[in-house]
Design a protein around this ligand. Structure first.
Ligand SMILES: [Zn+2]
Length: 141
């Protein structure tokens, strides 16, 4: 099993924090008013800083991290979690990975799903040909 650290993570360039903007609207009496939206600034979960415009960022489990912070996190987190995170990146941006990387990611995700199937096996039915957990996966349950 190759290590997740051998795989490049998918990175993008941050567009920087979203600033608040002024919105003009009219109320029910036709009176114009304006308000300012609150800006969005997502902090990197590792260092707590907001990625600035142009910094390399990576999306892991639906959160944007600095590229380096995300890579460090994936090196330290359990191998299974890292492979699942890489699988999510692969699903989002398949063209950012080489064929060798795609094969390694899919191979390891299959190993993880097989392990899950074994855990889900029903010990009461020892003669069962197909793992209960695997059947659940195949049934989409
Ligand atoms: Zn960071």
């Amino acid at each position: 099993m190759s290590r997740p650290t051998d795989i490049r993570i998918s990175v993008s360039e941050s567009r920087g924090p979203h600033l608040g903007r002024v919105v003009r609207d009219t109320d029910e009496n036709g009176v114009e008013f304006e308000y300012e939206t609150v800006g969005l600034a997502t902090k990197c979960p590792a260092c707590g800083k907001v990625p600035m415009k142009g910094s390399l960022i990576t999306k892991i489990f639906d959160t944007w991290w600095h590229g380096k912070c995300g890579a460090k996190y994936l090196r330290e987190v359990g191998a299974d979690q890292a492979w699942i995170a890489l699988g999510m990146q692969l699903e989002r941006n398949p063209n950012r990975f080489t064929h060798a990387e795609i094969k390694a990611i899919v191979r390891n995700l299959l190993k993880i799903s097989q392990a899950m199937a074994l855990i889900g096996d029903d010990p009461e039915e020892a003669d069962d040909e197909i793992d209960v957990g695997l059947r659940r996966l195949l049934d989409g349950a």
